[in-house]
Design a protein around this ligand. Structure first.
Ligand code: PGA
Length: 247
């Protein structure tokens, strides 16, 4: 595991974008596993800037997202499909037919999870998986639990996650209670993983993920078992790790 200490959010975003752009330059037909949330927004902004300057080409890239709220259509402005278009896909030359995300409108969870697992397999695996981390240690929507969920599954979101995500919705009641998410096995099969974290609210989760026990109550702790993980985190997110003299 390699940990890069970024000064702040902007520095984290630039460093993460550098790693993703290196991946796309070295392998133009990369399969990128992508994430939503506030943390990667700056990373996508930087990638768009470099694309506009002519430094990046997404023509052959394929993108497969971690998760989607169950119940939201891809045109709902809170859906993750909408987020991806707004922050990345609408601004670069990726072929939208090469972008994949669970279908929030499919009510049959079993069917949608099986379909999405098949999508991931048909892409031949993920070259680089971008991850954020929840304050509760979740990755994707793999919430703390009693077992590591393996493949794409339908998740009942925890109260912590619903509360954290309510900042994007008009009220707490409007936050969907369920989501489709890639499982831990899907994530762990990615050839490389890039986790981004910013802010004090992530410090405890990041410390437990990197230095704690590998337990399903901290889903990100499983990453200790992956052989190619890069973490880009700012001073605040690394504050507990630094206080303990571990970095
Ligand atoms: P955030 O979410 O980037 O909006 O903090 C990260 C996550 O919950 O995975």
């Amino acid at each position: 595991m390699v940990i890069y200490n970024a000064k702040d959010y902007n520095d984290m975003s630039r460093k993460a974008a550098n790693i993703i752009s290196a991946q796309v330059i070295i392998k133009p037909d990369s399969v990128l596993g992508l994430a939503t949330g506030s943390t990667p927004e700056g990373t996508y902004k930087q990638l768009v800037e470099w694309y506009k300057k002519g430094d990046l080409d997404f023509a052959k890239v394929k993108a497969v997202n971690l998760d989607e709220y169950k119940g939201l259509s891809k045109d709902n402005d809170q859906s993750y499909a909408y987020f991806m278009r707004k922050h990345l896909f609408d601004h670069v030359n990726i072929d939208i037919n090469n972008t994949f995300i669970p279908n929030g409108l499919e009510e049959d969870s079993k069917k949608e999870c099986a379909r999405y697992n098949q999508v991931i397999k048909s892409l031949g695996g993920i070259d680089l998986q971008l991850l954020g981390i929840g304050g509760n240690g979740h990755i994707g929507f793999n919430e703390p639990g009693e077992a590591f969920e393996k493949e794409t599954h339908c998740v009942k979101l925890t109260d912590d996650t619903i509360k954290a995500n309510s900042r994007f919705f008009a009220s707490l009641d409007l936050v969907p209670k369920f989501a489709y998410s890639m499982g831990i096995k899907n994530i762990m099969q990615a050839k490389s993983i890039l986790l981004v974290a910013s802010g004090k609210s992530k410090a405890d989760a990041l410390y437990k993920a990197i230095y704690g026990e590998i337990v399903p109550s901290v889903p990100a702790s499983i990453l200790q078992l992956h052989n190619n993980v890069t973490i880009v985190a700012d001073d605040d997110a690394l504050s507990i790790i630094k206080e303990k003299g571990l970095l």
